[in-house]
Design a protein around this ligand. Sequence first.
Ligand SMILES: Nc1ncnc2c1ncn2[C@@H]1O[C@H](COP(=O)(O)OP(=O)(O)O)[C@@H](O)[C@H]1O
Ligand SMILES: [Mg+2]
Length: 220
Amino acid sequence: MIKLRNIEKVYDAGGSKTFVLRRIDLDVREGEFVSIMGASGSGKSTLLAILGMLDSQWTGEYYFDDTAVHKANQKQRAAIHKQHIGFVFQSYHLLDSLTVYENLDIPLSYRDIKPKERAAIVADTLDRFNIVGKKDLYPNQLSGGQQQLVAVARACIAKPKLILADEPTGNLHSSQGKEIMELFKRLNAEGTTIMQVTHSEQNAAYSDRIVNLADGWIVT
Ligand SMILES: Nc1ncnc2c1ncn2[C@@H]1O[C@H](COP(=O)(O)OP(=O)(O)O)[C@@H](O)[C@H]1O
Ligand SMILES: [Mg+2]
């Protein structure tokens, strides 16, 4: 499903170059559950943003299914993101001017689903994530942990074929974190491909394999 070849990312600030990703080769098959681990600053979030087609300032080759992403334009990349990818940002990125309910409805609005069915899916998701009572609140009225739950719910709600999650349980209680991992495990068993950035060995144990990054390199 994913094939990366020689992906490199460099920040060039006033003549001094910072290499953030170096010669990244990575293959992920449909249905895999992969953890990305590494020290702070090793390039995990950068790699996830490239995979999610949110960053286009890189060189190398990226194939997503049959699409050569490195040759696709911004519009094509955005279309693939909307149709196939659920993304959990490290800092949540909920839309501040929308309620929890409306935030959850956005990914569904990109799909060909009738409004009535959309409402049922949102209601079901609110219930499953135990946030029914929060549905009319705005993100700034929620705790960090609650925002993170909504962010995970939003990434999963439209059943994307790929979920990319950047430290999705970093702000949750361990029991909530475990529930998210159990949810990922279930979605993965149903065929969803999952890539998560995590610092937690416990979370990584839910995945099939671990990709270790150090100073922008994949190490084993
Ligand atoms: N705008 C930027 N300019 C220069 N360097 C940056 C910028 N953004 C991130 N970096 C650097 O890229 C590296 C990787 O960052 P990141 O992918 O966020 O790491 P991680 O998620 O593993 O903690 C870090 O060394 C960081 O300092
Ligand atoms: Mg990060």
